[in-house]
Design a protein around this ligand. Structure first.
Ligand SMILES: [Zn+2]
Length: 445
């Protein structure tokens, strides 16, 4: 496979520096030394020979295993330069990380260069309103509402303090609309499911709303329905930002709609899936962080699938780093067709989005050929909708698929604070789907 994307000499220098430090100085990567083909090999080949870092590895070696000897964890904590943060969710997904605010901010600033609207509106001191789940960001208060001043932090305003939008009253949503008008943020950063919920309310109540310079979607997978509902209310540009607590900012969607790698702050290694599961353009990504001397993350498996852009070009002209045409969603949320082909959340989302007037949905695969689709919809002709949904799901999963469609008033987020749109009730192990021609010491680039 050939690709047109380019990497700067500095990118390779950082890649090499991080790998050498990890292998030579850090306990977390000691066991990887035996995989290293050696310094005479190209740095990409050396990365390709390594295993992936998992959350389990982070738990086992945290924190000292990730910090070089010239940085003292206790001193860093005492001085406030770093802190420990634990992500919410079940034991499988929850992990404690070293948080380095300065590095995080620098990684975010670098990502803004990848979108011309962000570059224009995000000066670093701009006002930002955040509509996230307080389990992930901001202040939590399910039992009583917090006044605006209790939800401010430097240049940020957290619009939501409830862990479940089921707790949002009309008054609370009116308050969010009013606060956007008062605060006049340059950027609104939002969890797409929450912004879509607010937008459905704004549409139904025929309110007008303040338009920021840019809306940045982050934290969870944005569905086609989310985009439709947000577009009815906001005409501001919308960009998707992709990253994680472990990796900082990895991809930013440019004004042309493609996602560009934040290659000043991270390395991305792409591993294609087998052709019968959507490879070689569809695959998983392993992230290595740059410039964070408090926390060396190498080849971290973020658990997401992406579709890389086959042309390796974008009309915006940016060409440093990987160009991704779509984030395809979490491996943990993937399902299988009746013939056991992998279906990414994005492929499912495209199939569901042919349905009209659906607020949200969730698909559970119970077994090899049994699928349960839950819909939230105001449509009166539910029988017709069920037929359309069944037809669409059979087209995706196979004629022999047994589809049930049920209706819900609402769907709640997971304990992680994020919505999921799909999941199989059995483990989908990524190793079974990766194309071995690329993972067995084969260079991709
Ligand atoms: Zn672009």
């Amino acid at each position: 496979m050939t690709a047109n994307w380019k990497f700067s000499p500095a990118y390779y220098a950082r890649s090499l520096n991080v790998l050498e430090t990890a292998l030579n100085e850090l306990d977390a990567y000691k066991s990887w030394r035996c995989f290293d083909p050696g310094r005479e090999y190209h740095v990409d080949a050396r990365y390709a020979a390594m295993p992936a870092l998992t959350k389990k590895d982070i738990r086992e070696h945290f924190p000292e295993g990730f910090v070089p000897a010239d940085h003292d964890v206790k001193r860093g904590l005492d001085s406030g330069e770093i802190e420990f943060v634990t992500t919410s969710g079940t034991i499988d997904i929850s992990v404690t990380n070293i948080w380095n605010q300065k590095w995080w901010d620098a990684s975010e600033r670098a990502s803004w260069k990848l979108n011309s609207h962000a570059n224009r509106f995000a000066a670093g001191s701009h006002r930002e309103a955040i509509l996230g789940n307080p389990r992930n960001v901001g202040y939590i208060s399910d039992n009583f509402d917090l006044p605006m001043e209790k939800r401010r932090l430097s240049r940020f305003l957290y619009l939501n303090e409830k862990s479940d939008p089921l707790l949002w009253s009309p008054e609370l949503m009116d308050r969010m609309v009013d606060e956007l008008e008062i605060f006049q943020p340059a950027i609104v950063e939002a969890n797409p499911s929450l912004l879509a919920r607010l937008c459905r309310y704004i549409t139904a109540s025929e309110k007008t709303v303040f338009q920021p310079g840019l809306i940045v979607l982050t934290y969870e997978y944005p569905t086609n329905f989310h985009y439709q509902q947000i577009r009815r209310v906001f005409d501001a540009p919308v960009a998707s930002s992709y990253g994680s607590t472990e990796t900082g900012y990895v991809f930013m969607q440019c004004e042309e709609g493609k996602l560009h790698q934040n290659s000043e702050y991270c390395r991305v290694d792409f591993q294609p899936l087998k052709p019968e599961h959507g490879g070689p353009l569809l695959g998983r990504i392993l992230i290595t962080t740059f410039n964070n001397h408090w926390y060396y993350i190498v080849l971290f498996d973020v658990g997401d699938l992406v579709r890389i852009d086959g042309t390796g070009k974008c009309p915006c002209g940016r060409n440093s780093g990987l160009i991704v045409s779509a984030i395809e969603g979490r491996v943990a949320d993937a399902t299988l067709t009746c013939t056991a082909r992998l279906v990414t959340p994005r492929e499912l989302d495209d199939a569901v989005s042919v349905l009209e007037s659906v607020d949200k949905y969730q698909l559970d695969q119970v077994s090899a050929d049994i699928y349960e689709l839950q819909l939230v919809s105001q449509r009166p002709d539910k029988e017709r909708l069920s037929e359309e949904a069944t037809e669409s799901m059979k087209k995706l999963y196979g004629k022999e698929a047994k589809i049930s469609v049920t209706y819900k008033d609402s769907l709640s987020p997971e304990s992680s604070g994020k919505y999921r749109i799909s999941r199989a009730n059995f483990p989908v192990k990524i190793d079974n789907y990766l194309d071995e021609r690329y993972t067995l010491n084969k260079r991709l680039f």
